[in-house]
Design a protein around this ligand. Structure first.
Ligand code: 6R9
Length: 650
């Protein structure tokens, strides 16, 4: 892949870690050597950072690949590790969550508070008949009860399945049915874009088609009127009346902790199954290593939603296992104003910020003066996740949020990997804008060609993982065959991630987007990411999405959708001129083969709730088809906006 365009990303800037951070870093370069010398011993040491009720007999059982067992025979309780042990160590008064509601209401929960609420919720779920091994669906806004609900399930060994609060009744009922969940935990609603947004009616509609659901537990958040049925219980009655005494029982290291559905582009969602010991080991260690998390002094903020794997591993399990203090925010970044994120950083003195490229590009579009209006001097480390980050967006993040000096960790991972796999270490790695750099210690990643042969430096191909890792998915819920087919059949003995990637001349890894999105133009493989980065490097473009559309002469042709920056004039001839200029700019940056056939200037792009561009829908537009499934869109009106506001050109 991308052989023809091997020199596309001729990005040469490189930034060494700040000396002060490097001198105090949680993890040093030795970790690579240690893991390289003995990978299993390395992971065994990281597992030792947790509290186990029974030690393991064997680190890894890989006798029946691809079905892995980590820390075989070990027993632990995840909620005990995230809560009780910090309280027992005398840190009960430490703030676990500074919560900020969208309307500006706030709550502060210490570790002791979070522990008490989780014990009560565990007792309430037990009273509703939930036992270890049962599945519980969670459909909540970003309120502390979301974390409590997850931890309460973990505490009693129930497997949670969190479903995005923005998903439709159909999406929710499919996920509930697939896992035969017994209980769903929801709220009357949450706040989005300045007003209450109801959830309970969607749950009512979903539950009507889900005979497995016995009870619905409802948090009161907005206070809006809701319909009530015999299955419904108010959280504040059931949980707050329950005893705060609860002794956490240990569970087997391979006990199912959660199922999380990946939306997939076309097919049925896949219920990715994660288990207990290996998952918590890697989530906890990566939070410690990649974010250099110092629980006594840092204020950490991950802006993800709890319904995304990032919310699972880097809001709930990773940070809490480390005893960190964090910010949790309910709402959107532009409510009530476009500086809301920076206001929150300023208010809580956030020191570590973990967000997504889509957010960074949106902030770029809104203008440099917005972050400049706030005191961001508390920040010391920045992170990115979810999509390849274009070099221009990376530089903007460093310049306008990171004072031109903070390290950026671009973290590559997936729902399936459970935890960060490829990323700089902030005290070690000299970073390059746009590259996730190197596999973390204990992770064996590679880029291979069609035949599964490792490509040399400078080559491109498919990202694979060559060795099992502790937080790997164990299967697709109820479908072992699909697990094998999807991930383990493309290349013998390797995990196929589905992402295109490239090794640069130093062997550093650059992610090029999903393999399904790669375009084949006149026999050349061209990555959407590279063309998008070229467009974003033009001063008039804030965001871009690129797709391959069927073309009678070239097989596929490149069609680009670009959002102009704030003040750019795109009316009439000015728009046409800009389009011509952009096409030439791409050709000049990447070579004539990558020149888009067509560029459309649009006000918005279709994105999932986790901020990924849904290129599938843009392909429908580019090929004049009616739109496919739009239920996982963050904002379903976007497609109308795009279709009506099209300003195209050839
Ligand atoms: C954590 C998460 C996984 C897919 C993954 C890849 C893309 C995530 C990335 C990245 C380039 C990064 N992705 N992080 N691409 N650089 N730093 O996003 O999980 O929602 O399952 O998505 O996201 O394409 O395969 P998930």
């Amino acid at each position: 892949m991308s052989e023809a365009l091997a020199n596309l990303l001729n990005e040469t800037r490189q930034f060494p870690p700040p000396a002060a951070l490097a001198a105090q870093a949680n993890v040093t370069a030795d970790a690579y050597d240690e893991a390289g010398a003995d990978r299993l011993a390395f992971w065994e040491r990281q597992a030792g950072r947790l509290a186990w009720a029974r030690p393991w007999d064997e680190v890894l059982d890989w006798s029946n690949p691809p079905f892995a067992k980590w820390f075989v025979g070990g027993q632990l309780n995840v909620a005990y590790n995230c809560l009780d042990r910090h309280v027992e160590a005398g840190n009960g008064d430490r703030v676990a969550i500074h919560w900020e509601g969208e309307p500006g209401d706030t709550r502060t929960l210490t570790y002791a508070d979070l522990h008490r609420l989780t014990c009560q919720a565990a007792n309430a779920l037990t009273d509703l008949g939930v036992v270890a091994g049962d599945r519980v669906a969670i459909y909540l806004p970003m309120i502390p009860e979301a974390a409590v609900a997850m931890l309460a399930c973990a505490r009693i060994g129930a497997t949670h399945s969190v479903v995005f609060g923005g998903f439709s009744a159909d999406a929710l009922s499919n996920r509930i049915s697939d896992a035969s969940a017994k209980v769903v935990i929801t709220a009357d609603g949450g706040y989005r874009r300045g007003k209450p947004s109801a959830l309970k009616p969607t749950v009512d509609e979903a539950v009507a088609n889900c005979p497995s659901i016995e009870h619905v537990l409802v948090v009161r958040r907005t206070g809006e009127e809701v319909a009530w049925s015999a299955k419904d219980h108010w959280w504040h009655e059931a949980v707050e009346a329950a005893s705060a005494e609860h002794v956490a029982q240990p569970f087997d290291a391979e006990h199912p902790l959660f199922i999380l559905y990946t939306s997939g582009t076309t097919a049925r969602p896949k219920g990715i199954l994660h288990t207990t010991g290996g998952y918590l080991t890697q989530a906890a260690w990566t939070a410690h290593a990649v974010f250099d998390l110092k629980p006594e002094t840092d204020v950490y903020w991950c802006t993800a939603d709890i319904g995304w794997v990032t919310g699972h591993s880097y809001i709930v399990y990773g940070p809490l296992a480390n005893g960190a203090t964090q910010v949790m925010y309910e709402g959107t970044p532009d409510t009530p104003h476009k500086g809301r994120f920076w206001e929150i950083v300023d208010k809580y003195k956030v020191s570590i910020l973990y967000t997504a490229p889509t957010l960074i590009r949106t902030m770029m579009k809104w203008g440099d003066d917005i972050p400049a209006g706030f005191d961001l001097s508390s920040l010391r480390l920045l992170g990115s996740v979810g999509e390849p980050i274009n070099p221009e967006a990376w530089m903007w993040y460093r310049q306008h949020v990171g004072r031109g000096e903070l390290p950026i960790v671009d973290t590559w991972w997936q729902t399936e990997t459970g935890a960060i796999m490829i990323s700089p270490l902030p005290g070690v790695t000299a970073t390059k804008p746009g590259s996730a750099m190197t596999p973390l210690p204990g992770v064996v990643a590679d880029v291979v060609d069609d035949q599964g042969q490792s490509v040399p430096n400078g080559g491109g191909g498919y990202l694979v993982l060559r060795e099992p890792w502790p937080s790997m998915l164990r299967t697709i819920w109820g479908d072992d065959n699909r697990f094998i087919e999807t991930y383990w059949s493309r290349f013998e003995g390797m995990y196929f991630a589905g992402d295109g990637a490239k090794k640069d001349d130093d062997g550093h890894i650059w992610l090029l987007g999903r393999v399904d999105d790669v375009m084949l133009v006149s026999g050349h493989n061209i990555s959407t990411t590279e063309v998008e980065s070229a467009l974003v490097s033009h001063p008039s473009v804030a965001e871009a999405a690129v797709v391959g559309a069927t073309d009678p002469t070239t097989g596929q042709a490149i069609v680009a959708f670009a959002i102009p920056r704030g003040t750019t004039d795109i009316s009439g001839e000015a728009g046409e001129r800009l389009i011509t200029e952009l096409r030439n700019h791409v050709a000049k940056t990447l070579g004539p083969i990558a020149k888009p056939r067509q560029i459309m200037l649009v006000p918005e792009l279709p994105k999932t709730r986790s901020g990924k561009i849904m290129r599938r829908l843009l392909r429908d537009v580019a090929e004049n088809r009616s739109l496919g499934d739009v239920t996982t869109l963050q904002d379903s009106s976007v497609m109308e906006l795009i279709s009506s506001g099209l300003s195209g050109g050839k």
